[in-house]
Design a protein around this ligand. Structure first.
Ligand code: ADP
Ligand code: ZN
Ligand code: ZN
Length: 725
């Protein structure tokens, strides 16, 4: 940082331009640390931006530079480690600084105005207060008396307190009869955990000495091996050290379960951070994390940007999960950002999974991550048995083979639960005219529309467009419209007809739309009554259903022949995770896999050897093909209403700089989903042997791409370490 009061400052403004902007700085005004909010003129209006640094020279002529209108924060509210993380993100992902900040910061730091005050977590009677006799208080102030009575047996949470009169609470706080407690002060009853197995203990012992310094661990534990117990034990130590732990999970749907378990075991109320929060709740989560009042933070992807005052441990559970990669705006991987932040925080990071990503396995092989293994299930359950059903020789009803139908019936009669997995929601993936062959396609994307039954409509799963179901064929006016293929709704209906004595519970994105819908469905499943669960991959993630004996996997064959080189890794993870839901307690687990390709080497390897050895093979294939994680990718994607604009822009981008050694450039070529919402998507794929080689080229290449005339005629973005093609 230059002089205390520089002439100019660089400011990050939340606009989609990959640069900071120069402004004149008021003479003599001391420069706050980076991240302080400023108000600046921008175009025809004013905007709130963030100070990046100061300079005594500007790139533009002085006369063209405008002045900062207002310094909003005398001191930056962004802790230095978080600031460094944000800067790392904009450099690494080559994304506009202002947009990275807007993505990472809570609502109150994205606008002007004062910060909200942190709210207490709970209230308790003051031990020193001289409370009046209850009968007297009851007569004089009945609403205060109610609150006092509620606190008689201990502190009540802020949520509980909200059920009482807020005026009475305010008065009691003024009188000093009641104290507000932070989360750290609010101790709940806690229950003990199981005795750790030797493998669990070994994992805990490997991480514990590393608390207080940076370290990277891959906790590679088969489904049901008790990874969560390892986390709990380590978090307990972190809390004893009065430090904070951050736990990242893939889905909001999983947070209530995890929070409940963590709350009971650790005796504290975790702060939750996920996309379902209101702006006010988001601000509170940030403030409590930043002040250290929150000992434990549990959140989804974006929680990786929450600051910690005393960082102790970062955990990312189900690290292979695709939801950790943001697929729009700032295309970051929360897994990679979590590792980076742990480094800046000088804290250990644990990536946990039963099916680690090839990226993490490769890091473990190269000794960058310490590889901790849990090879055994804890408790009575064993890993499930697989049975392959060769679909070529089966009677099939609505996609369910006769052996599968029999197995479902038998499991229900044994009073077990059954999971029927199908990775497609809606009723049928295609509506077709049997007379002329017309198909209900989305007019704006290159996919079929999915037929939905409740509510009845045709819906495009790519662009979201929706339309009524035609009564007659729009092409030939024929009335024989057929519903081809199966989705969750159709299977649900078939199961409900066939096993009418048992409840059928459907879990997919449509059935879990309401605020507590997922939680209610999970609670229903956990009751353990014999029932059939039918659903998509939402059902495969992390759940512990003790009564689940059988999983039936209906149809995943299309992934065996996908054009995406990651499809086999994803399929291996998905099948292993679905299978891993079964047989977790006293019931023997069984998995029935329906396929038309029972001899496919991939299935043979997965079933014969399991995920670990298969993943080794897949890594070997990637190495031979020169694909990630052995090389590094970056995609430049462009979309526009017409194809020539995108292909011309990408062709120009390809030419604008010579390609250095060690880099390959493929394209322009259409993206795998080339038409979406009426736009054509094309791409260039950069492949590099070394990560820094790729980054070095991007630093030079992207500014040149930005200056191309064609760059303003299309929408384009950069995706570093892309997960989809
Ligand atoms: P994972 O996260 O690896 O799928 P969990 O930590 O959820 O596994 O553990 C699965 C089940 O086994 C949970 O009900 C948990 O309470 C129980 N469990 C975990 N560790 C032990 C242990 N050492 N002894 C007995 N039960 C255990
Ligand atoms: Zn027709
Ligand atoms: Zn569409």
């Amino acid at each position: 940082m230059p002089a205390k009061s520089p002439r100019y400052v660089r400011v990050a403004v939340p606009v989609p331009l990959n640069q900071c902007f120069e402004y004149r700085w008021p003479a003599g005004l001391p420069l706050p640390a980076p991240g302080a909010r400023v108000r600046v003129p921008f175009g025809r209006r004013e905007r709130v931006g963030w100070l990046v640094d100061g300079a005594d020279e500007a790139r533009f002529p002085d006369a063209k530079i405008q002045s900062v209108t207002e310094l909003i924060d005398r001191e930056s509210r962004i802790p230095p480690a978080l600031w460094r993380l944000i800067v790392w993100c904009w450099n690494y992902y080559h994304h506009p600084p202002g947009e990275v900040l807007a993505n990472a910061l809570p609502p109150f730091l994205r606008r002007a105005g004062p910060a909200p005050s942190p709210l207490p977590a709970a209230y308790a009677l003051s031990e020193t207060a001289d409370l009046p006799n209850p009968a007297v208080l009851e007569a004089r102030a009945p609403r205060q008396a109610e609150l006092v009575a509620a606190m008689q047996s201990g502190a009540i949470s802020a949520a509980e307190a909200a059920g009482f009169s807020s005026a009475a609470l305010k008065r009691l706080l003024q009188l000093g009869w009641v104290n507000a407690l932070t989360r750290r002060q609010f101790a709940l009853a806690r229950t003990g955990g199981p005795q750790l197995s030797d493998e669990q203990q070994a994992a805990v012992s490997a991480v514990r000495p590393a608390l207080g310094e940076f370290g990277r661990f891959l906790l590679d534990g088969v489904t049901g091996s008790g990874k969560t117990e390892v986390y709990l034990s380590l978090i307990d130590t972190v809390l004893e050290q009065r430090a904070q732990a951050l736990v990242l999970v893939p889905e909001i749907g999983l947070t209530p379960q995890i929070t409940g378990r963590f709350r009971r075991r650790l005796g504290i109320e975790p702060v939750l951070a996920h996309s379902g929060l209101s702006d006010g709740e988001r601000d509170q989560a940030w403030l409590q994390a930043a002040s250290g009042d929150a000992p434990l933070i549990i959140g989804t992807r974006s929680a990786v940007f929450l600051p910690m005052y005393r960082p102790g441990l970062v955990i990312l559970d189900e690290e292979h999960d695709l939801s950790f990669k943001q697929q729009d705006r700032l295309r970051y991987s929360a897994r990679d950002v979590a590792v980076q932040r742990a480094k800046l925080d000088a804290a250990p990071v644990i990536l946990g999974s039963a099916t680690p990503s090839l990226e993490s396995l490769q890091n473990a092989r190269r000794q960058r991550y310490r590889h901790l293994r849990l090879t055994q299930r804890v408790g009575p359950g064993d890993l499930p048995d697989w049975r392959v059903v060769d679909m070529r020789q089966q009677a099939v009803e609505e996609g369910v083979s006769a052996p599968a139908a029999e197995a479902i019936g038998a499991a229900l009669r044994r009073r077990e639960q059954v999971l029927v997995f199908i990775n497609r929601r809606g009723y049928a993936p295609l509506l077709m005219c049997h007379h002329c062959g017309w198909q209900a396609d989305c007019l704006r994307c290159d996919v079929h529309m999915t037929l939905h039954r409740r509510p009845r409509c045709l819906r495009c799963h790519r662009c979201g467009r929706q339309q009524p179901v035609p009564q007659r064929c729009p092409a030939c006016a024929g009335i024989d419209l057929r519903r081809i293929g199966e989705g969750t709704e159709r299977i649900e209906q078939w199961l409900a007809d066939r096993y009418s004595d048992y409840p059928v519970i459907r879990v997919d994105r449509d059935s879990t739309r309401g605020r507590d819908a997922m939680e209610n469905l999970l609670a229903q499943i956990k009751q353990g009554t014999p029932s059939v669960l039918v659903g998509t991959q939402m059902l495969a993630k992390g759940h512990h259903f003790p009564k689940l004996g059988l999983a039936v996997i209906l149809n995943t064959d299309q992934s065996l022949y996908s054009a995406d080189f990651r499809a086999s890794e994803r399929l291996a993870q998905l099948l292993t995770q679905v299978a891993g839901r079964t047989g977790r307690a006293n019931i023997r687990g069984e998995v029935l896999l329906q396929t038309y390709h029972p001899d496919h080497p991939f299935l043979q390897a997965l079933i014969g050897q399991g995920y670990g050895p298969l993943a080794e093979r897949l890594l070997q294939e990637r190495r031979e093909a020169g694909l990630p994680p052995l090389t590094f990718h970056c995609i430049l994607r462009a979309e526009a209403g017409n194809q020539s604009a995108v292909s011309e822009f990408l062709a120009a981008a390809r030419q604008v700089r010579p390609l250095p050694d060690g880099l390959l450039l493929y394209g322009p070529m259409p993206a795998l989903q080339a038409r979406r919402a009426g736009h054509v998507r094309w791409q260039l794929v950069l492949q590099a042997e070394k990560r820094h080689g790729l980054q070095g080229f991007l630093d030079d290449w992207l500014p040149a791409v930005e200056r191309l005339p064609g760059a303003r005629k299309v929408r384009w973005h950069v995706d570093v370490d892309p997960q989809e093609f």
